[in-house]
Design a protein around this ligand. Sequence first.
Ligand SMILES: [Zn+2]
Length: 195
Amino acid sequence: MRQAAGDTAAVPDQDKGLMKLFLLFISALILGLGASQSHALELESTLVHLTYENESQLRKFSRKMEPGGLFYLFGGDSTQSLDKDVAAKLDLIVRKVQKILDMYPENFKCEVVLLETTGQVQQAYQELYGTKVGFVAFYSPGKHRIYLALNKLELAVFAHEMAHAVIHKYFRNAPPVKIHEVLAQYVTNQMENSN
Ligand SMILES: [Zn+2]
């Protein structure tokens, strides 16, 4: 009888074990989904498709894209929603970059990914290209996507990467890397001088 009692007691234990495994499996699934959705928030402007993790990032981004030179256009107006404010700034900056370069590629739309730290930007670069770099931001021509780190973000940095995107889309045959860089740097200088 003891033995039998022991045996019957062992069954629920085993069930508990299975249940634990099952719960672990479910929570791993949920965590997995959570991780893949960490960039679920999106904002669509005319020229940019922006993805970010949370509203505080968007707020930070909006503040950093508000230099003296462009600010008068917004008049310090805070009546419009954060989304509209950011969308307007994004398009304004892209148009300014295009004007500086005098390059207006047709149907231009660039993806922009907001990340929190330069470490995350460098990790994204490593995942794409397999090499370690010290970049604070970069443009991937293959994905036509800009990666930005909020902790080191300046308007000129964003404009520089956007210049790479515009140049990439403008030329049917890509110019040499050095020319690409010189042109993008020219945009950086123009943006810095206009502020
Ligand atoms: Zn560059």
